[in-house]
Design a protein around this ligand. Sequence first.
Ligand SMILES: [Zn+2]
Length: 62
Amino acid sequence: MAFDQQGPRPSFKGNWACSKCGAKITELPFDPDPARLDQLLCRDCHRETRANRPFRGGRSRY
Ligand SMILES: [Zn+2]
């Protein structure tokens, strides 16, 4: 068996920095968009950002 994955969670290794707190990011659960590398957030900041969102995602008003 070539792969022994427990789920669809590939991780991408790299050398980035959090745009908010400046923490080092060496691994991401997604392939970062090169155009948005300066908007990356570390796990902590990402969680905070999500928690502080006024909308609980998925509901857009147009
Ligand atoms: Zn951060």
